[in-house]
Ligand binder design. Structure first.
Ligand code: URA
Ligand code: CA
Length: 434
């Protein structure tokens, strides 16, 4: 088999066989196929696309390029949750203990934040002492005992995806639906999940700016899941404005705790219950989403979801007292309000820009090596559709580095649009793809 023939076939719009795809991915992972050939192939895929069958074969080839997490020692159906990346998105901190409190095993591999989006591990490390460095044995044991564990990725999962993603990043071939779908799904499958619930974001702060391409991406991923025997459901959700009010690590932990106490923001609560309900159904705990949702609402009301969160924090070395006394979490030296420049209704709160404002305050990383400040960030007081008066606070900046205040205040105001027209708040859940 010759690499050039495979590139030509795809360039001419042909459908590659499973063997051809395996040859390509294996060769690339072993550095036998050079970057320039792989880049040419990626560009051919960008223009020609891939069939559902090719996309599933590409996913499996990438899964087989590295280790696969064996979760077979965990009792029950393991359902993973994945988000395509949002701003102020603390749903994992809510959904994981929530569904665990309903008896569904949650074995979650999570990452750190980069750029305008945050990461679950960074948020959890707001608890002093919290560790995600669990061995596979500890991870499995904790899920069997508590139904919940969150670990950083230690195993060498999908190295071919890492290599291909780096190449796509510099060859303008990231935004291809089959390449994105296979990249995301390969990591979930290698992580050992039996079933997967995806939160596919759409809007200004999302990877997929328009709803139609978000649905296409969701359909591609659900299609891969069904072809490889891992049932997958996708929730299409709004990411034009940040989720909830808080953006920043400890601030989002507090928001998650509020939500676990049943008094969180409406959008965050709605999304958490929707994602959680689909996880409960896929785990086989209830027959219908409606029934699952009722079960989870009960767990928020009776305190079991919050109690589960506390147990989980303690099991992974964090200070559980901070769950009840959130003033034990990292706090800032100064809070600065951002006043509205005029009367009107909030028409836009651009998620990506607000995420970048939080990053500029120190809540996120511009490069992988940057250290983050868990205490800093932004708390919004208004959301799209809310009325404001001139001088009223739209947001509060939580700051430790005084020198950044002016620039971030100005940047934040640029991200806000105020109008005299009536604005209907966006629907958080756009559709469900099964
Ligand atoms: N996220 C991924 O993991 N892979 C992609 O290709 C795009 C976004
Ligand atoms: Ca939030």
């Amino acid at each position: 088999m010759q690499t050039v023939d495979i590139i030509r076939k795809k360039r001419n719009g042909g459908e590659l066989t499973a063997e051809e795809i395996q040859f390509l991915i294996k060769g690339f992972a072993k550095d036998e196929i050079p970057d320039y050939q792989m880049a040419a192939w990626a560009m051919a895929v960008f223009f020609r696309g891939m069939s559902d069958r090719e996309t599933a074969d590409l996913t499996l080839a990438m899964v087989e390029s590295g280790e696969q997490v064996d979760l077979s020692q965990i009792e029950g159906r393991k359902v993973d949750k994945h988000s395509t990346g949002g701003v102020g998105d603390t749903t994992t901190l809510i959904v994981a203990p929530l569904v665990a409190s309903a008896g569904v095993p949650v074995a979650k591999l999570s990452g750190r934040g980069l750029g305008h989006t945050g990461g679950t591990i960074d948020k959890l490390e707001s608890f002093r002492g919290f560790t995600t460095g669990l061995s596979t044995e500890q991870f499995v044991k904790q899920v069997n005992e508590l139904k919940i564990a969150v670990a950083g990725q230690t195993a060498n999962l999908t190295p071919a995806d890492k290599q291909l993603y780096a190449l796509r990043d510099v060859t303008a071939t990231v935004d291809s639906i089959p390449l994105i779908a296979s990249s995301i799904m390969s990591k979930k499958i290698a992580g050992g999940a039996d079933a997967i619930v995806l939160d596919v974001k759409t809007g200004k702060g999302a990877f997929m700016k328009d709803e139609e391409s978000a649905v296409q991406l969701a359909e591609a991923m659900v299609g891969i899941g069904s072809r490889v025997g891992r049932q997958t459901v996708a929730v299409i959700s709004d990411m034009n404005q940040p989720l909830g009010y808080a953006v920043g690590n400890a601030l989002e932990v507090k928001e998650a705790i509020d939500t676990l106490q049943g008094r969180g923001p409406d959008d965050l609560t709605e999304l958490s219950l929707t994602l959680g309900a689909h996880m409960v159904v896929l785990a086989g705990k209830t027959d219908s989403v409606t029934e699952a949702r009722g079960l989870l609402e009960g767990k928020l009301k009776d305190g079991s979801a919050l109690a589960k969160f506390k147990e989980f924090v303690e099991a992974q070395g964090g200070d559980p007292r901070a769950v009840d006394q959130t003033d034990l979490l990292p706090t800032v030296s100064r809070q600065v309000e951002v006043p509205a420049p005029e009367d009107g209704t909030i028409a836009q709160l651009e998620a990506e820009e607000i995420g970048l404002c939080a990053m500029q305050l120190g809540a996120g990383r511009a490069t992988k090596e940057d250290r983050i400040d868990h205490a800093v960030g932004i708390v919004l007081h208004k959301k799209v559709g809310d009325v404001v008066s001139r001088g009223e606070a739209i947001a509060t900046l939580h700051v430790n580095d005084e020198s950044k205040v002016k620039a971030v205040q100005n940047r934040l105001l640029q991200a806000v649009t105020i109008t005299k027209e009536r604005i209907v708040p966006p629907r958080q859940i756009r559709s469900i793809v099964t």
